[in-house]
Design a protein around this ligand. Structure first.
Ligand SMILES: Cc1cc2nc3c(=O)[nH]c(=O)nc-3n(C[C@H](O)[C@H](O)[C@H](O)COP(=O)(O)OP(=O)(O)OC[C@H]3O[C@@H](n4cnc5c(N)ncnc54)[C@H](O)[C@@H]3O)c2cc1C
Length: 529
C-alpha cells in the first residue's frame, strides 16, 4: 500500500482504519487495482516518473461523514484530494496534485435535493452528474433545461468549481456564474452555507439571491483548496418554445473587427445569447509554407497578404452560426435585427437556417441530435473520433471582445504550434462568457514519451505567451497549475500571497488538495513545480 509522503505507516494505517469506521470498510480503497482507477487517464506523463498517484480513496455518503473524515485527516496529517465525479479529463482527471494524497471521492453523495420548476433551480450534491439531473427532470416531465459540458458524465459541482462551461444561452452556460448558494465543509470540519443560505430560514431564497450579506465567500471555493463543497444550487433555463439558426460568413481578414464589435454588443443587449464559435477556415487550415511565411512577416502579415492567401484557398476568412431560442416570432425578429446590423460589413454573407426545432423533443429526435449539449441534453458523443491520441491538454486563454485581439492571438498561437512542430488543435474563439472569449487550444497526447515531452513544452509555452499578452489561461491541467499561477503575478504575486494567507488560516495542517491552483500549504511550499 502506498503511503502519503511524511506520514508514518502506523499513522496512515490508523487513519485508514478510522475512515473505515466512518464510511464502512467497503468504501475505503487501498488495493492497487482500485486506487489505479483514480489515475489521470489523460496524463501527460504516461509511463514517466512525474505521473501523480493517490495512495488510497475514501467515499463518504453524507456531510457528517465528510466532516469526520476531515477531522481524522487533521489528526493524522493525511493529505486529501477532493473530487465530485472525478471526470476532469484534460485538467488532471481524478488524480491528486500532490502524489500520495487520499482521494476524497464524493460520487456517492448523489442526491438531487430539490428541483423547483416554478423558480427554475436545482439544489444538488457533488455526485450528481449531468445525466442524473437530466433524467430526473425528463422523467417528471418538468419544462426545464440543464446546461451541460460536452461530456455528460461529469458533475454539476465539480465542473462549476473548475469554472467549466456548456452550450445553452447565457447565463446558464457559465456554470459557476449560474450557481446560487453553496454548502461547504471547511478544512477544520466546520460547516458553512453561503449567500442567503447563512439565514437558517432562507428556504428557496438560498437559490434566489446569491449575495446574502457581507463578503461573498463563494469564489473562494472554486479553483482552490479552501473547502469541500457538499451542496450547490444552480439556476436552470425554463424550456424554450423553439430554436433556429442563422449562418454568417465574412470574406476578409479585417472583417473580424466589426463582426466582434457588433456581435458582442448584441450579446450585451441580450439579442444574441447563444454560444457561437468564431471559426477561421484560413487560420485553422493546416500549416503550409505560405502561411508560415506570412506569420514571420512584421506584425504577422498584413490584411491584404492574408486576404490574397484566403482567396487562394477559396474559403471565407470567418464563419459562425448563431442559434436563437424562444418563440418563433421573437427569434425571427432577433435574426432580422442581427442581419440588419451585420449588413454594415460589406463582405458579409447571411444565410437563413430555415431549421426551426420545437420543444420538447421526442426520444427519437434526441437520439438523432448531432450536438445534444446545445439543447441541454447530456451525452458522451464528444469521445467518438478521438482515435490515435491518449487524450489532450487544454490551454485556453481568455480574450477580450476585440477583433484585434482575436487576430493577434491567432497569429501568436499559430507561430507557437508551428515552432513546436505540433499541429494546431481547435484554435478558435468561443463566446462562453458574457464579456470575454475562450480561445480554445488543445495539445494532443500519445503513448510516445518524446511526443509528450514536446506537447508539455508547447503547453507550458502557450500558458506563458497567453500571460505575456494579458490573455491569461482560465483553467489548467494540475501539473501546470503552478506555472499558470505564476502568470497572475501583479505586485510581486500579491494574489498568491493572499491565497496563501487564506490557506494558512483555513487549513493550518494543509490537509486539503495541496497544490491545487498553485496553493501549497506552508510545509509544502518548496514543492512548487
Ligand atoms: C473531450 C472533452 C471535452 C470536454 N468538454 C468540456 C466542456 O464542454 N466544458 C467543460 O467545462 N469541460 C469540458 N471538459 C473537461 C471535463 O471533462 C469536464 O469539465 C468535467 O465535467 C469535469 O469533471 P467533473 O465534473 O467530474 O469534476 P471533478 O473532476 O469531480 O472536479 C474537478 C475539480 O474540482 C475540484 N472539486 C471537485 N469537487 C469538489 C468539491 N465538492 N469541493 C471542492 N472542490 C471540488 C477538484 O479539485 C477536482 O479535481 C472536456 C473534457 C474532454 C476530455
Amino acid at each position: 500500500m502506498a503511503i502519503p509522503p511524511g506520514v508514518s505507516a502506523a499513522d496512515f494505517e490508523a487513519a485508514i482504519s478510522a475512515f473505515a469506521d466512518v464510511v464502512g470498510a467497503e468504501w475505503v480503497f487501498t488495493d492497487e487495482d482500485t486506487v489505479d482507477t483514480y489515475r489521470d487517464a489523460y496524463t501527460p506523463f504516461r509511463g514517466e516518473e512525474e505521473e501523480k498517484y493517490a495512495s488510497a480513496a475514501v467515499a463518504p455518503t453524507n456531510v457528517e461523514q465528510v466532516q469526520e473524515i476531515v477531522r481524522i485527516a487533521n489528526r493524522y496529517k493525511i493529505p486529501l484530494y477532493v473530487i465530485s465525479t472525478g471526470r476532469n479529463l484534460a485538467y488532471g482527471g481524478s488524480a491528486p496534485v500532490y502524489s500520495g494524497s487520499v482521494v476524497l471521492d464524493l460520487k456517492r453523495m448523489n442526491r438531487i435535493l430539490e428541483v423547483n420548476e416554478d423558480m427554475a433551480y436545482a439544489l444538488v450534491e457533488p455526485g450528481v452528474s449531468y445525466f442524473d439531473l437530466y433524467r430526473y427532470i425528463r422523467e417528471r416531465g418538468m419544462r426545464l433545461w440543464i446546461d451541460c459540458p460536452d461530456p455528460g458524465w461529469g458533475s454539476l459541482i465539480g465542473n462549476a468549481l473548475d469554472r467549466g462551461a456548456g452550450r445553452t444561452p447565457l447565463p446558464y452556460r457559465d456554470h459557476f456564474g449560474a450557481h446560487c448558494g453553496m454548502e461547504v465543509v471547511l478544512p477544520n470540519g466546520d460547516l458553512v452555507r453561503t449567500g442567503m443560505g447563512a439565514n437558517p430560514n432562507a428556504g428557496p431564497n438560498w437559490q434566489a439571491f446569491p449575495y446574502g450579506a457581507g463578503p461573498l465567500a463563494d469564489g473562494l471555493f472554486a479553483q482552490s483548496n479552501f473547502g469541500i463543497v457538499t451542496k450547490m444550487g444552480f439556476w436552470l433555463l425554463p424550456e424554450p418554445e423553439a430554436s433556429m439558426t442563422g449562418r454568417i460568413r465574412a470574406r476578409r481578414h479585417d472583417d473580424i473587427v466589426p463582426l466582434v464589435r457588433i456581435l458582442s454588443h448584441l450579446q450585451y443587449q441580450g439579442i444574441v445569447n447563444c454560444l457561437f464559435s468564431l471559426n477561421s477556415p484560413v487560420f485553422q487550415a493546416p500549416m503550409d509554407e505560405r502561411k508560415s511565411a506570412l506569420l514571420d512577416r512584421p506584425g504577422g502579415g498584413s490584411a491584404a497578404e492574408w486576404d490574397a492567401y484566403a482567396a487562394s484557398l477559396g474559403v471565407p476568412f470567418w464563419q459562425t452560426e448563431l442559434r436563437f431560442y424562444g418563440p418563433t416570432s421573437v427569434m425571427d425578429a432577433q435574426w432580422a435585427y442581427v442581419k440588419e446590423r451585420l449588413r454594415a460589413i460589406d463582405s458579409i454573407e447571411l444565410i437563413d437556417g430555415n431549421d426551426v426545432i420545437r420543444f420538447p423533443l421526442t426520444d427519437d429526435q434526441i437520439r438523432r441530435l448531432g450536438d445534444p449539449a446545445t439543447f441541454g441534453v447530456p451525452s458522451l458523443n464528444v469521445f467518438s473520433g478521438q482515435a490515435g491520441t491518449t487524450g489532450h491538454l487544454d490551454a485556453s486563454p481568455m480574450l477580450p471582445h476585440s477583433g484585434e485581439a482575436v487576430l493577434r492571438a491567432h497569429k501568436v498561437f499559430l507561430r507557437e504550434y508551428r515552432d513546436a512542430g505540433i499541429p494546431l488543435m481547435l484554435g478558435f474563439a468561443m463566446s462562453y462568457h458574457t464579456r470575454a472569449f475562450i480561445m480554445f487550444h488543445g495539445v494532443n497526447l500519445t503513448t510516445d514519451p518524446e511526443w509528450n515531452r514536446r506537447a508539455r513544452a508547447l503547453y507550458a509555452r502557450l500558458i506563458e505567451v497567453a500571460g505575456e499578452h494579458g490573455w491569461g489561461v482560465y483553467r489548467a491541467h494540475t501539473a501546470f497549475q503552478d506555472h499558470l499561477m505564476r502568470t497572475y503575478s501583479f505586485n510581486d504575486h500579491a494574489l498568491m500571497r493572499l491565497n496563501e494567507t487564506l490557506k494558512d488560516a483555513l487549513d493550518p495542517n494543509g490537509i486539503l488538495s495541496a497544490g491545487r491552483y498553485g496553493i501549497w500549504p506552508k510545509h509544502l511550499r518548496g514543492n512548487r513545480a
